[in-house]
Design a protein around this ligand. Structure first.
Ligand code: AVI
Length: 319
């Protein structure tokens, strides 16, 4: 009988942590805001829209690649494996992978957004009526032991981490994330990670600065959220979205550039942004096979196999 009741991890990010992170970030030089706060309800919807944009190849390209190589991936995975997907979104990619696996034991979507978790659970339950599904509400950066203890016992685990989310972390953070995923996967488990690859500068910048302005809206939504949740008064028309490719660090950087001098208070703390200065809101790192292999090694993991379509790559990792 499939289990569909949702479990929740202890809330790892409350309002006081949000305020602390924002104040800390805005005191940096240049000021920063953590990109994890993009994803309130409106931000998650905007991100879904981004995934459908012509310019944003990442989602489409990874789905194509998964369709091409899911059978090969499945050959490395033991029968009766539990698949855990941190940041599962709507579960579209997991469905492709689960379809290719001979007899998955269970699927665990781990998602911070309750509405996305519900959607993934319902859609996968419809697609795989016999599959045991354990929706888990929470942040995948939580302690892996806490995540593990919220799950049923399993011999074999595959952590599925697609979408190039790993690219939103700095190299030391990404090593830590991979290390935590490795702990979650256990001794004999596997991790399948999706990463965006280094490519033509114009193609990259177009993907993060689309014609319709959806990415600009997504970027500015963080200011809206801070205004609403942290008693702040950012003038949204006083900041402009900018996406640049930083070639020496192989990453797209998203900025919010002040248009005219801006004075803002956040929960009583005042910040000034001079005309033309910027708040750094997101990094999206792009990898070559070599740079991703280095990351893997630093996390104490081996690369079992990798697949690429020249745009995005999937890396199957194990201890
Ligand atoms: C979620 N993450 C992998 C996206 C990316 O491509 O770095 C977030 C994003 N930011 C702007 N567009 C998409």
């Amino acid at each position: 009988m499939p289990a569909l009741a949702r479990q929740s991890l202890k809330a790892s990010s409350d309002q006081s942590e949000f305020l602390q992170d924002v104040l800390h970030g805005l005191h940096q030089s240049p000021p920063t805001l953590p990109c994890k706060y993009f994803y309130d309800r409106a931000g998650s919807q905007l991100f879904e829209e981004i995934c459908r944009l012509d310019e944003y190849y990442v989602t489409r390209s990874e789905i194509d690649l998964l369709q091409q190589c899911s059978r090969q991936i499945a050959q490395h995975i033991e029968p009766s494996t539990t698949v855990i997907e941190p940041g599962a979104g709507a579960g579209v990619k997991a469905a492709i992978l689960l379809d290719a696996m001979p007899s998955p034991r269970a699927f665990v979507p781990l998602e911070i957004s309750a509405s996305a978790l519900e959607e993934a659970t319902q859609s996968l339950h419809k697609h795989f009526p016999g599959l045991d599904i354990h929706p888990l509400e929470g942040d995948f950066t939580a302690d892996p032991q806490d995540i593990r203890s919220a799950l049923p016992e399993t011999d074999n685990t595959l952590i599925f981490f697609p979408g190039s989310t790993i690219g939103n972390f700095s190299a030391p953070e990404a090593v830590e994330v991979l290390g935590n995923l490795s702990t979650l996967a256990g001794e004999d488990g596997h991790i399948l990670v999706g990463a965006d690859q280094i490519k033509d500068r114009q193609r990259l910048t177009n993907a993060y600065d689309d014609e319709k302005g959806i990415t600009a809206e997504f970027n500015k939504n963080i200011l809206k959220r801070i205004n609403r949740e942290l008693d702040a008064n950012f003038d949204l028309s006083g900041f402009v979205h900018r996406a640049i490719y930083n070639e020496s660090l192989d990453r797209i950087e998203m900025h919010l550039v002040a248009k005219g001098d801006q004075r803002v208070t956040v929960s009583g703390h005042t910040f000034e942004f001079a005309d033309g200065t910027f708040i750094h809101t997101e990094n999206s790192h792009k990898y070559s096979d070599d740079s991703f292999r280095r990351l893997t090694q630093q996390a104490g993991l081996q690369m079992v196999q990798n697949w690429s379509n020249g745009e995005v790559a999937l890396y199957l990792l194990a201890r």
